[in-house]
Structure formats: C-alpha cells, structure tokens
Design a protein around this ligand. Structure first.
Ligand code: SF4
Length: 419
C-alpha cells in the first residue's frame, strides 16, 4: 500500500516495510526535546520509573526558554533542576540563558532537525520541524521520560490531509497568513490527529522561515504533525548546519489522503485570527476598528530574522502609536545578533519598541508583556485562547509580523498598505 511521507518516516523508524493509519507502532526516535516547564515533570517520571542513564546524551535537547531569564523563584527552581540533570547526564544540547532561544527556532538553527528524522518533544509546537521534512510531534512528559531513557516512543500512525500549494505570495503576505487562512478553512479540529502534508509547486516559493511558521501551527488545527517535502530551499538551509546523512522522504504516488485541498498562495490576503481561537480567521477588511494596547513580535512562530526584517521594514522611520506598548523578541541569540548587526534593533528602538533577550515570555502569559483586564493585543504568536497572554478578559489577535508592525503604528489592527 502506498504511504504518505509521515507514514514512511514512522515505518522506517519502526523497522517496518509498511504501516497504515490507526496502527500502533514502537519507533526509534532521533531526538527528544524538553523545556523548562515540561522537563521537570518528565524528570519526576524518569526517577519514579527508576531510569538511570539516558539512551544517548547527544540526542536529547533541553531548552530553558519559557520563563527565562527566570521570572520568579519557581521558574528558577525548575531551571536548576533541569540544569543539574543535564550536567549529571552529560546532555550535549542543553541551552541556558545566554545561548538559548525559543526551542522551535533554536533546534533547526542548531542543525538538530533534518529530513526523514523522527523527533518528539514535550511541547505541542514540536511539529515545527516538519518544515524540514522531519516527522516531529508533541508528546506528554511521561513519553519524554521514556524517550530519554530508551530512545523509543509509541505512535498511532496518522491518516493525512494533503494541501497542494500553487502560485506565490503577494506583497505583505507570509506563511502566517497562509496557515491562518488554512486553519480558518478547516477549523481548529479540522486535522485532528492527522498529518498535514504540504506539497505542490507553491512550496518552492516559500522560504524556510515561512515553512517553519506553517508547520509550527499545524497543531492549531489539531494535527499530529505537519510536513513539507525537502527541496533546494531545504538543502540550502541545512548546509553548514547538518553534517550527518539524512533521508529525504516524499509520499508514494497513490498515497491516500482523507481530504485534498488546493491553496492558491497568490489569492491569500493578510489574515488575522480574532479572539479567542486560531481558527477565527478574518482578512483585514473584516476587522472592527478597535484600539489596541500592545503588540508582540516574536515566538517560535514568527521570531525569526525574516520576521524581524519585515517588521523593521514597516517600522523604519515611523513611531509606535502613543498608547501602544510594542515588545519585540528575537527568537534566538543568533537572530538577536543578526538583528543588531543589520540595524534592525536600532529601527525598533527609534520606533519606541522594547527589544528583549530571547524568551517565550508573553506568548503564554509568562512574563515580558502580560495583558491586564480589558486590554487588547496583536501578536505574532500562535495561540489566542482566553487568558493566553494574561487576564481572562484580555484579547489577542494573531497576525503576521507585517500586520503586527503596522498595527503598532496605527494603534489598531491594520495593514502596512494603510501607512
Ligand atoms: Fe510555546 Fe509560545 Fe514558547 Fe512557542 S513561543 S514554545 S508557543 S510558549
């Protein structure tokens, strides 16, 4: 039976010639990821199970990104626990303040994800690495503990939806608009426990940062994973980052998909997700004119250098509206350095923005920009659930960096075209 790309990666890691949707398989994983919130829970399970040494200290990544630099004593204690475990186990890819970044921006940058690999992470946005043709998915902390100890995990083989991309993106339209458009179309459970496989001639027109953004939000449609094919854009990104051999994996001809959607990229318009679901997608002409209090540009969805370049292009020579607080968070140290070297940070400071060291910070209502009751924000993050960024009576509009930057200047949700 013909298999999808995701099924082929699972089969290869399970040592099977064939898998089919719904089948339970035990597969070897290439990398296990945890962060400062989920790792302490996994470590408790790890100890309770009586595990000793990890299966491979070079195939575990522990990233202290959510509440770091530590926002309070609890966060400090959590990081210390993970730090001590990493030292004791000789974990190679332990990233702490000063070299850490938001995990799903950091791991690709460090060359820890490659085509054909199987990656699990105790974080729902682990699906991001599908942009690099890996099968990657979020797991619970107990699975993370077992994965760290044994290098294996159980999977139920997902069925798949196929998204055939055609055309190319217009001015001020990005991967964020594409994925918000798709989630708006299929709903927040439209891909429940399915693979979202992206294919077609339009893929070539998407840069890696756009693909990472699209794959990152597959989980917001309920997907098990999102995956792109590997092409020359992928290879150019991996060059200099990944020295190990990788296996580029395409779906077989005749692979079965439960649903086939064609997305004409040239028809996608700047799109936002209105409160309180990523599926509340609306184009900008459908947004009521309401003042905003804060703009956040950053996160594992849109904190990469191309995102900051677009934001700087919009903000250059302009000022944030008087009553709007603008927080810009480069997703990794390297991106932060690039933003300084390219003069982007100067543009942001001149525009009246606060620029932070890498952290998840406000994305999950952690720190660095919590919303008060009744406040409204535009954010380049991936979730706008009730209370996600602060008070339960605050509101978040999810948007691209271009729209977020324009909104900062306009003082309401708006487009760069209006400036
Ligand atoms: Fe999760 Fe937000 Fe951090 Fe991404 S930036 S890992 S979505 S908290």
């Amino acid at each position: 039976m013909a298999m999808t790309a995701s099924q082929k990666i699972l089969a290869a890691h399970a040592g099977l010639d064939q898998v089919s949707p719904g089948q339970l398989v035990k597969a070897k994983v290439d990398l296990v990821l945890g962060n400062d919130i989920t790792s302490p829970v996994a470590l408790a399970a790890y100890r309770e199970a009586g595990f000793g040494k990890v299966f491979d200290p070079e195939r575990i990544a522990l990233v202290m990104d959510h509440f770091t630099p530590n926002k309070d004593i609890k966060a400090a204690e959590q990081c210390r626990e993970v730090r001590l475990f990493a030292r004791e186990q000789g974990i190679k890819h332990f990233y702490d303040v000063g070299e850490m970044g938001v995990e799903h921006a950091l791991l690709p940058e460090k060359g820890l994800a490659a085509p054909g690999e199987l990656i699990i992470g105790a974080d729902s946005h682990t699906c991001t690495y599908g942009a690099l043709n890996a099968f990657s998915t979020g797991v619970g902390s107990t699975d993370m503990a077992a994965g760290m100890a044994k290098g294996i995990a159980w999977f139920k083989v997902p069925a798949a939806l196929r998204f055939t991309l055609t055309g190319s993106l217009g001015r001020w339209v990005s991967g964020k608009d594409v994925i918000l458009h798709i989630i708006g179309m299929i709903g927040v459970d439209g891909a429940l426990y399915r693979s979202m496989e992206f294919t077609g001639p339009g893929v070539a027109a998407l840069g890696i940062d756009d693909r990472l953004c699209v794959a990152n939000m597959a989980i917001e449609a309920g997907a098990k994973n999102g995956i792109f094919p590997a092409d020359s854009v992928t290879r150019a990104y991996l060059r200099g980052r990944v020295s190990r051999a990788w296996t580029e994996t395409d779906a077989d001809a005749g692979a079965e998909y439960e649903r086939d959607c064609t997305i004409d990229l040239s028809a996608v318009r700047p799109t936002v997700a209105a409160p309180h679901l990523p599926g509340n997608a609306v184009t900008l002409d459908g947004i009521p004119e309401a003042p905003i209090d804060q703009v956040v540009i950053g996160s594992c969805t849109n904190g990469r250098i191309s995102d900051l370049r677009i934001a700087a292009e919009v903000l250059k020579g302009r000022k944030a509206a008087k009553d709007v607080r603008v927080v810009i968070i480069p997703a990794t140290q390297l991106i932060y350095r690039q933003a300084i070297d390219e003069g982007l940070v100067g543009i942001f400071l001149d525009a009246g923005c606060a620029v932070s060291t890498p952290t998840c910070g406000p994305c999950l209502g952690g720190h660095m920009g919590i919303l008060a009751k009744g406040e409204r924000a535009v954010a380049t993050t991936n979730r706008n659930f009730v209370g996600r960024m602060g008070h339960p009576e605050s509101e978040v509009y999810l948007a691209s960096p271009a729209v977020a930057a324009a909104s900062a200047v306009l003082g309401r949700v708006g487009s760069p075209e209006e400036l």
